[in-house]
Write a new protein. Structure first.
Length: 570
């Protein structure tokens, strides 16, 4: 449910914060007081389109905050998880929307920035707003099949998931088949290219990692002469020159005087002897290393040619030998497809036919379940309409096969939902033909049909907040009372908000809010507050009597409230 709504600098609203409750809420006030602004704010909160004109004159931005209290099992939490929005631990969801005077918009959900697309997806789980001139999802023909499936229940949903999996495979098979059928001329041209590329890569006999080892060997051969000269000179200096000989002479000199000053000479002698042995060992290692160095210009040329070949293949087919080999496997497969095109076509056609037959059988099963559900849905809606003072109305779900785009096509057309199209049809008056729901002209009839549909689907869509903007337009008397009673019944399953001018509707509400416009410091400002007891009676009396409120209208208002309480308590 919607716990709190805060609005700042939106149209004529300077600053309003209002708390809401469970049950049925009505919002009343004089014409032009700003009742629709509350609906506009909620619409913006759930991703509705905003404009710079909505920002209060003289202000930089409009701000709206809404706090929802939702059970942990509500579908919106799964949507948030999928979108990567962090959920709170207290089952609270806070949405903030800002709209600047330059027309820019930003949105946050639980403090995290979200795009408008994300906000709309989240908002679809939270609030459904029905206005007299706004077609909601129930009035969109393309949505009717989805609503019918929802009404049909778990069995159809389960079968539909199975169908969708098969249909996805069917689409993949058809795509592969079309690609192969449409690419005949292109394939002839590509076959020669594939053959050339396969031969070029195959002849190279590439091995993973060989380019790195060849590059290392190349570096060694390139500098063989320099390495030989430097190592030989170093060996000569140590062993064949004055290196070891000088150390040996120094050792002999210190040995002659060791007995005269052993404490100092002894340690120095040991260091020189150690240095001699280490230098000698280093000289032997240099000699061995020198003997391994080979200068082989032919081998170097061979390695360079091989590396040039590999680099050329990399430029054509991939950044590494691994990439080249992966590409090689793919073009071998493509070559085989082209060379064995007829075999592949036959396999794909057989697979497509098999998958189509499986999908068709599942689609026919969905059709049977839908036809059965459509009868039950029509009966349920007609029952609701009878309670809304439309006793002679006929409602029907018109089920048709998906229309053929090509008259030569013999097969039943399938889409991701099966082979059916559904349209809600209505005949409000006896003797009139059934017409599509979205073609109904009467505002009063439209209001009651919408309310009936909402009552039927409230348990299915799990949307916690339903908003009706003057749903009672065009009705009066007993029909208005029936709408009020239906809204009250509906509020037992979800939170209901209704903007109304009818006292019959207002008196049935659990919570009554008055919206008032006043001038403060030569600026118009709209306020909203919950009213109770005597203040509520005064507002109902105003709705009954117009400008002048009399004791009779007050008495009548009190009677209406008392009667409403008895009806709700029954």
């Amino acid at each position: 449910m919607l716990r709190e709504l805060s609005i700042r600098n939106l149209a004529v609203v300077e600053q309003v914060t209002v708390s809401f409750h469970h049950g049925f809420h009505v919002l009343t006030g004089e014409t032009g007081a700003g009742k629709s602004i509350i609906i506009d704010a909620l619409s913006l909160i759930v991703g509705g389109r905003g404009s710079a004109d909505m920002v209060r004159f003289g202000c930089q931005k409009a701000e709206m905050d809404a706090m929802f209290d939702l059970p942990r099992m509500h579908p919106v939490w799964h949507v948030l998880e999928r979108l990567g929005v962090e959920a709170s631990h207290d089952e609270m969801l806070v949405i903030r929307r800002e709209l600047t005077s330059q027309g820019k918009s930003s949105s946050r959900v639980n403090g995290q920035l979200v795009t408008m697309t994300m906000l709309r997806e989240i908002g679809e789980c939270l609030v459904n707003i029905h206005g007299q001139h706004e077609h909601q999802s129930l009035l969109r023909t393309e949505k009717h099949l989805e609503w019918l499936d929802m009404f049909a229940g778990d069995l159809l949903i389960e079968r539909k998931q199975t169908y969708k999996a098969v249909y996805k495979e069917l689409q993949q098979a058809r795509s592969a088949l079309r690609e192969l059928e449409d690419s005949a001329r292109h394939n002839v041209q590509m076959l020669d290219l594939y053959r050339f590329q396969i031969e070029e890569i195959s002849n190279a006999q590439l091995k993973v990692g060989e380019d790195e080892s060849l590059a290392e060997e190349k570096r060694k051969l390139q500098f063989a002469s320099k390495r030989m000269d430097n190592v030989a000179e170093a060996y000569s200096l140590l062993y064949g020159g004055a290196g070891l000989d000088s150390l040996n002479k120094a050792i002999i000199k210190l040995s002659d005087i060791q007995t005269y000053d052993p404490n100092i000479v002894g340690p120095l002698l040991e260091q020189l002897q150690s240095a001699y042995y280490q230098a000698e060992d280093a000289a032997f290692q240099l000699r061995d290393y020198r003997d391994t160095i080979e200068s082989d210009p032919e081998q170097l040329a061979t390695i360079e040619d091989r590396l040039d070949l590999i680099h050329g293949l990399k430029r054509k087919y991939g950044e590494s030998i691994e990439d080249i080999l992966v590409y090689y496997k793919s073009i071998v497969l493509e070559r085989d497809k082209i060379e064995n095109r007829d075999d592949y076509l036959e396999k794909l056609r057989n697979r497509e036919a098999t998958l189509y037959q499986s999908a068709l059988e599942l689609a026919e099963e969905l059709s049977k379940l839908r036809n059965h559900a459509s009868t039950r849905l029509a009966e349920s809606i007609e029952r609701e309409l009878r309670q809304l003072q439309m006793p002679n109305t006929i409602f029907s779900v018109q089920m048709d096969r998906i229309k053929q785009h090509d008259q030569k096509e013999a097969n039943v057309v399938l889409n991701s939902n099966g082979c059916d199209e559904a349209v809600f049809m209505l005949a409000p008056n006896p003797g009139e033909p059934l017409k599509p729901l979205n073609k109904i002209a009467s505002g009063g009839e439209m209001s009651r049909v919408m309310l009936a549909l909402k009552a039927i689907f409230a348990e299915h869509d799990q949307i916690p907040v339903l908003v009706f903007d003057e749903v009672d337009t065009g009705v009066s008397g007993r029909a208005a009372q029936a709408i009020a009673e239906k809204l009250s019944q509906l509020s037992r399953r979800c939170q209901i908000f209704s903007i109304t001018h009818l006292p019959q509707v207002a008196c049935m509400a659990d919570h009554h809010y008055e919206i008032r416009k006043q001038v403060v410091n030569q600026r118009t400002a709209t306020s909203i507050k919950e009213i109770m007891s005597n203040t509520r009676i005064e507002e109902l009396a105003r709705m009954l009597g117009g400008v002048e409120v009399t004791e009779k209208t007050r008495h009548h208002a009190q009677e209406m409230l008392d009667l409403a309480l008895r009806q709700k308590g029954a």
